[in-house]
Design a protein around this ligand. Structure first.
Ligand code: DC
Length: 230
């Protein structure tokens, strides 16, 4: 009889547009684990702020009111047809949290210390029974510093810009490659220089630079590592 191997926590962090969520979803499916997109939680808080007039469209945040509202904000993930879908106050907001209004304001919301403390606590509760893959910016450093497996993803900014630009053009966007690259470099700067828990690689995280890897190469890389844990 084989001994059942206990479940672990897998923390995925890294730069924007490195394919963290696609990779995290794929490895959660491989491991039979729950996938949690922590960025969606910051996006849901931002959407709540916009919906309730706590954030204006020109980016002014009523920080005190947003902090006071945190206990009332109900964020859940439900599995619909095999997809992880974000619900806010019982309503499916998966589409709205990815839109431009939320994308513009979410960096400022995620820089508020009280928002981070609140969401980190919820994320830790989600991971208390392990068997979870969570992706974000501070998962291996703050949310689960004891995670058994940490992966930090990066790629050459130009490669990331090319990938992102292809996606935007496919969606009918009219942005230039240079502008996309500037945006990516700007996001790296904001993530790495934020006063509260800036993005950094945990000392014990494995570095995955996917500049020259296909999704299939990346899975092969993971499968070799996973042999030690499954
Ligand atoms: O991964 P994403 O683009 O959906 O993240 C949305 C925003 O939330 C982005 O500005 C980074 C921030 N974020 C964060 O600060 N900490 C996390 N654990 C996840 C996301």
């Amino acid at each position: 009889m084989t001994t059942p191997v206990s479940k672990i926590v897998i923390a995925i962090d890294g730069h924007s547009s490195t394919g963290k969520s696609s990779f995290a979803k794929a490895i959660a499916a491989k491991a039979g684990y729950v996938y949690v997109d922590s960025g969606a939680m910051y996006r849901a808080v931002t959407l709540y702020g916009l919906q309730y007039g706590l954030i204006s469209n020109d980016g002014k945040i009523n920080t005190a009111a947003l902090i006071a509202a945190l206990p009332d904000i109900r964020i859940e993930f439900r599995n619909i047809d095999g997809q992880n879908v974000t619900f806010l106050q019982g309503v499916n907001v998966e589409h709205d949290i990815r839109g431009i209004r939320v994308s513009r304001q979410v960096s400022a919301v995620s820089a508020i210390a009280e928002v981070r403390t609140h969401l980190v606590h919820l994320q830790q509760l989600m991971g208390k029974d392990k068997g979870i893959v969570m992706d974000g910016r501070d998962i291996g450093t703050v949310v689960f510093p004891q995670a058994e497996l940490k992966i930090f993803m990066t790629a050459d900014p130009r490669v990331r810009a090319e990938r992102r630009h292809r996606e935007l053009v496919a969606k009918g966007g009219q942005v230039s490659l240079d502008e996309t690259l500037r945006h990516i470099l700007q996001r790296d700067y904001i993530d790495e220089h934020r006063a509260v828990t800036p993005l950094r690689k945990a000392g014990d995280a494995l570095l995955l630079d996917n500049s020259h890897l296909t999704p299939a190469d990346q899975m092969k890389w993971f499968e070799e590592i996973w042999e030690k844990y499954k």
